[in-house]
Each structure stands twice: as C-alpha cells, then as structure tokens.
Design a protein around this ligand. Sequence first.
Ligand SMILES: Nc1nc2c(c(=O)[nH]1)N[C@H]1C(S)=C(S)[C@@H](COP(=O)(O)O)O[C@H]1N2
Ligand SMILES: [Mo]
Length: 407
Amino acid sequence: MKSRRNFIKQTSAATLGALIGSRIVFGKNLPKDYVPVILQDGDPYAMFNKHKDMVVLNNKPWNIESAPHLLDDKITPNEKMFIRNNGLIPEKTDVNKWTLTIDGESVSKPKTYTLQELKTKFPQHTYQLTIECGGNGRKEFNPPAKGNQWEYGGVACAEWTGVRLADVLKDVGIKANAVYIGYYGADVHLTGNPEKVVISRGVPMNKAMEDETLIAFKMNGKEIPLAHGYPLRLVIGGWPASVSGKWLKRIAVRNIVHDGPKMEAPSYRVPCKPVAPGDKVKDEDMCIIESMPVKSLITYPKTGAMIDKGNALNIRGHAWAGDLEVAKMEYSIDFGATWKPCKLDKPANRLAWQHFSATVSFPEDGYYEVWARATDSAGESQPMVLPNWNPKGYLNNACHRIAVKVK
Ligand SMILES: Nc1nc2c(c(=O)[nH]1)N[C@H]1C(S)=C(S)[C@@H](COP(=O)(O)O)O[C@H]1N2
Ligand SMILES: [Mo]
C-alpha cells in the first residue's frame, strides 16, 4: 500500500484523473502530494475504476480479470475490461512530452513524433478490436501451468481510435528487408531497474501493415485509461493481446524476427506439434502464437440461472476467431450430443467479436448445462472440453458452459 501511495503522490493531476476515470475538474488546485480520497484506500476497484465482480489475480504486477456475465456489453467498457501487466504502470506520464520513435535495422532514418503530430498528421480510424490474453483459460489445464490462473475473463472488445501503424511506417520509410516490428513501452520492470525491459513483443510486417493495426490514443471515445496504456498503445486485434504494447514509446522495425523480452521460448509459444499432457518440450520445438483460435462466451445469463418449467431461456454472448470470422454458432443442452444453431451477427468490422443469441427450451425440469460452440470461416470448431495441453497453458478455447436449473 505504501509504495502505491507514494506513486500516487508523485503523479500529476492529469494522470490521477486517468486513474480515477474522469477529469479532476479543479485539479490545478490539488495540494502538492495530496492523494484524492477515492484513491486513498488503495482499493484497486476505485483506483482502476473496475466493476466489483472483477477478480484481482495479482497486485504486483496488477492483473485483474473479468467474468463472462460482466462481458455482456457489445463493446466492453473500461469497468469490465481485464488488466494484464507484466511490470509496473509508468509513474510519471507527462503527455506534453510524450513521443513515439520509429527506428530499427529496417529504418534508414529514425523518426520521432509527438502525440500532437501523430494525431494531426495521419488520418484517424476507429475499430472494435478483440484482444485476448494468450493465457486466458489457463486455469483449466491439467497438469497446471504456472502464471496467472485466468479463467474466462482475459478478453475484451473495446472501440479503439488511433492512426494506422502502416501510415506511420510509410511516413518513416521502411526498407525492403523489414521482417517484424517490436514495441517498447514506458512501464517499469518489477525489479525497478530502469535498464530492464518489461516486455517487448511484436508481429510480422504483414500483420503490422493491416488496416486495423492501430497506434491508439482513445478507447471507447475517451483517453485510454492509464492501466490500459495511456496515452498511447498498439492495438492489434485477433492475436495474443501481448502484442498490443501499452504505454508505447518506440517501435523498432527489425530485419529479423523480433527478439525482445517475452518473444523467446517458451513465452507466448506453444509446441509446434501436439504433445501429451505434462510433456517437456524443447525450446526449439515451441512456435510463436499468431492468430488466436476460435472461441465464444455466453455472457447472459450468468451460470447458475434458475428458470421456471415451461419457460424458454434467452441466451446471448460473443464469438471471435483471431484473424478469421466466426461462420457458425451453436448451442447444446445435452453435453454436446446434439447441437442447435444460434443467431449470429456479422462483426462490426474485421477483428471485432460477433454477437450471438438463441432461445433455448428444456424438455423437463432438472439440471442442464448450456454449451456454446463457435466454428470459424476455415471450418475449425471449439473443442468441447479442453484443447491440446501445452506447457505454458495458452490458447484454451474450450466451449463455454453455463449451469441452468429448471423447476
Ligand atoms: N508495455 C506493456 N504492454 C503490454 C503488457 C505489458 O505488461 N507492458 N502486457 C501485454 C499483455 S500480456 C496483455 S494480455 C495486454 C493486456 O492489455 P490490457 O491490460 O489493456 O487488457 O497488454 C499487453 N501489452
Ligand atoms: Mo497476455
């Protein structure tokens, strides 16, 4: 608690406002080192403006997960959006001095932009983008994998506004030998060592140059909340959210596959070929996760729903499929023996999750489970109970299941 108070004390009114989730109207009058009341108790829910049902998995670094029933909104609001940090949130964020530098082997002349330049020089675009932590669903794997035990809530689809990474890279001019981009953020390593990079990941050039790959400065029409990368972040939908670098300061355009911290095996990698649960896998047999697998969540009702006999149940939720579209959505009330179709909407834009709904009737009273299964445009479906085990517990896209009692 003490260090957090110190952090808050040294922070500007603008950053405090970002923490609280609204502008401090008379912020210029705040006494020096004064901690606003809402932040005084160090309550992460107040500090990050999160819903009370969110689950804190870790506080150093902060990792907070959402839950299926909290993700019912079509566009995820900040209050229900998971936080996944590998290091410490940057303490002194002076937006007026914030710059983004583009450099690396495949850039002849590195270039640095102020926030203002980025916002005025390039066309702005807004997309709904699904980002899911590679470790979402880790909790279900057996043997268990180390790391945050994410259940279902490490996913979100917010509306992001920014400029295209492609437009900025074209403005800088990149060489033909460019292979990968790698981001660098302003967050601080857990050791406090300023020389150490917390995480620096990236994507191949073809993903970097997609229309939807944004250098974003707004989330859901407002400045990005501090925990989610204020004032600037990469947002790269459909791939593990670890490629969406927060507190973005620098992008290196590399002539090799980027080799920053957490690019190397076994981080964000899975066995190139399936292995048996518990197997040891050599580093060279682990492959970088690219597009995320097809997945869905029932966001209404919450598991444990009780309904009266004879009443139908309206279910709804979202489905997503990495770089692909979801082509089909089904539900089962007989543990996967038979499946019925759900109504499935088209995505608002490429890489946005898609909404589904169905009216479910039950033949008699008793205990049921409603299982939901999405199939992507390449014909891949979610596994019913668990996908292939992997040493780090990534990519669990098993069918989501809710309990329902009819009486
Ligand atoms: N600079 C920086 N960017 C980062 C991270 C981080 O620790 N530092 N975590 C990554 C991971 S692993 C995930 S899952 C997403 C989480 O984004 P969110 O906290 O906005 O939900 O941010 C990614 N970007
Ligand atoms: Mo992540």
